[in-house]
Design a protein around this ligand. Sequence first.
Ligand SMILES: [Zn+2]
Length: 108
Amino acid sequence: MKTNLKRSSKKQSLPYRRIPERSCVACREPKAKRDLVRLVCSTGTVEIDPKGKKTGRGAYLCPVRECWEIGLKRNRLEYALRTKLTMENRQALVQYGNSLPSGRDNRG
Ligand SMILES: [Zn+2]
């Protein structure tokens, strides 16, 4: 005996929550704010702002090495922050980027 299979299309109602989203200046991927590293340009120096509390123009990067490389090598960060990085400033940020894990390692 066959039962009439009614297509039960369960509508998944996703609870829409307003998560503050920002996009990485390197890969442009929108992510939750807390999944990105904030950088702030204050008094001509670009600083890493782990708590997101500093005032000034901010830009975001994924906490992965690749994004920092792109952000720094292609001057995306400078462009986003409308500033020019000094050699030391750039060096410090490159170093920070190098300390981050590679995003390719644990993806997929
Ligand atoms: Zn990114």
